[in-house]
Design a binder for this molecule. Sequence first.
Ligand SMILES: Nc1ncnc2c1ncn2[C@@H]1O[C@H](COP(=O)(O)OP(=O)(O)OP(=O)(O)O)[C@@H](O)[C@H]1O
Length: 250
Amino acid sequence: MDAFAITVEHLVKSFGPIRAVDDVSFAVATGSTTAMLGGNGAGKTTTLSMLLGLLLPSSGAIRVLGEDMVRHRYRVLPRLNFSSPYVDLPHRLTVRENLTVYGHLYGIAKLAGRIAELTADLDLGEVIDRPVGKLSAGQKARVALAKAMLNRPELLLLDEPTASLDPDTADWVRSFLTEYQRQCGATILLASHNMTEVERMCDAVLMMKQGRIVDQGSPAALIERFGRSTLEEVFLDIARDRNKPAEAAQ
Ligand SMILES: Nc1ncnc2c1ncn2[C@@H]1O[C@H](COP(=O)(O)OP(=O)(O)OP(=O)(O)O)[C@@H](O)[C@H]1O
């Protein structure tokens, strides 16, 4: 098994004059939970979209699970999955119909059994035959997670996995992900604005600003380097360009 589930070198994505991702290089250790942090517009979603093969890079190299993502993404897509609050599942289909459609798309064997397992794991029994459009945000988030788990991914890319969830549901989702990772040794890369979540779940943090990675390390190492007591304070220091320690400058 490769030491790194993801390696990115000199990745650039331009939209006309905007360099949304501006010469970014990083590696995500296999089996880690790594967070991508940064203010609005820092380039997190654009980076995740390139890792998923949804957007083509303007330049640079991406290897995901040992494969070149630009040239061979169809080899690797069956081994990963993603969840994002910005991607809606078809509203008129029930939860079961949605999971069935995606299960067929992913070529899952014994699909009915897998859906039954996920219904139990994600506590979807009450909503399984209801249209997705009629569910609450928290219920939709659990359905989106079930969709992301259908193929038992080795790599999970999550865009703000707990955005708009109440603290109880958010905590439940975090525990679910941590348990999945413990059982399967999966790698998780998530974009988040929730610093407490990142401190609790993540081994490593990539700090993005204006399309670049401006600092990285474990939450504890970053907090120590910035002389702060929480990751939220480190985030604000970086966002506001203050108290920047010499070794953080790149
Ligand atoms: N399709 C697009 N066309 C033009 N500009 C885009 C496009 N997608 C993203 N951008 C721009 O690229 C930059 C990075 O956006 P991105 O969505 O990656 O940021 P983000 O870090 O995910 O932000 P947020 O925390 O607000 O979700 C922004 O300036 C955004 O306006």
